[in-house]
Design a protein around this ligand. Structure first.
Ligand code: ADP
Length: 207
């Protein structure tokens, strides 16, 4: 199964993707995670994209498409994959269509108010990248990762100014993909406002 997870920042695409890949053995391809790893390792790509990502803007299509194309050449995608956070523009979707056929596009629907609640309480582990939420998914010990005891941090782009910008960017550049994939007959709408176990159940039942 080749899936795309589409939806605004904070809709829970990453959280649900982690649940689904565990169950199905798919590869989880998150462009956000790939960029954050590049930043952490201070690679050439990471240095280029850091300020763009911190501000909540989109990395240029050229760089993003090249990254995904390379990732899709790896062997671990044989049993299927979830593209989480890609494509985010029509140009990216057109490029993807030229080298890969997708089975289904899951569109995560959620209101702006909930998005802001989710993003502003989000905490990530500095070491392993595991995600938590101060209210909805708190770690057992405050600011400490349950999985590896790493320290938790707040993403720069989860600060109020960047959150606002990401929502504007989403509406302008990414929302048009809803009609794009609807026209291709690939779109499945999912109510993303519930608990992760309920949302992941709806996703699993959709394909
Ligand atoms: P979220 O879905 O919570 O906004 P991500 O982790 O998916 O966060 O992405 C974080 C940031 O990485 C984005 O705001 C953007 O700067 C960059 N990014 C991720 N995917 C793409 C993409 N497909 N095209 C351009 N930029 C991207």
């Amino acid at each position: 199964m080749k899936l795309i997870f589409l939806g605004p920042p904070g809709a829970g695409k990453g959280t649900i993707a982690k649940i689904i890949v565990k169950e199905k053995g798919f590869a989880h391809i998150s462009t956000g995670d790939l960029f954050r790893a590049a930043i952490k390792n201070q690679t050439e790509l990471g240095v280029k994209v850091k300020s763009i990502i911190d501000a909540g803007d989109l990395v240029p299509d050229e760089l993003t498409i090249a990254l995904v194309k390379e990732r899709l050449n790896q062997d671990d995608i044989a049993d299927g994959f979830i593209l989480d956070g890609f494509p985010r523009t029509i140009a990216q979707a057109d490029a993807l269509a030229s080298f890969c056929e997708i089975d289904s596009v899951i569109n995560f629907e959620i209101e702006d108010e909930k998005i802001i609640q989710r993003l502003s309480g989000r905490r990530l582990c500095k070491e392993c990248g595991e995600g938590f939420h101060t209210k909805f998914m708190p770690p057992k010990v405050e600011n400490v990762c349950d999985k590896c005891n790493g320290e938790l941090y707040i993403r720069k782009d989860d600060q109020p100014e960047s959150i606002k910008n990401r929502l504007v960017v989403y509406e302008k550049s990414t929302q048009p993909l809803i009609d794009y994939y609807k026209d291709k007959g690939l779109l499945v709408n999912i109510d993303a406002s519930g608990k992760p176990e309920d949302v992941s159940k709806s996703v699993l039942e959709s394909f």
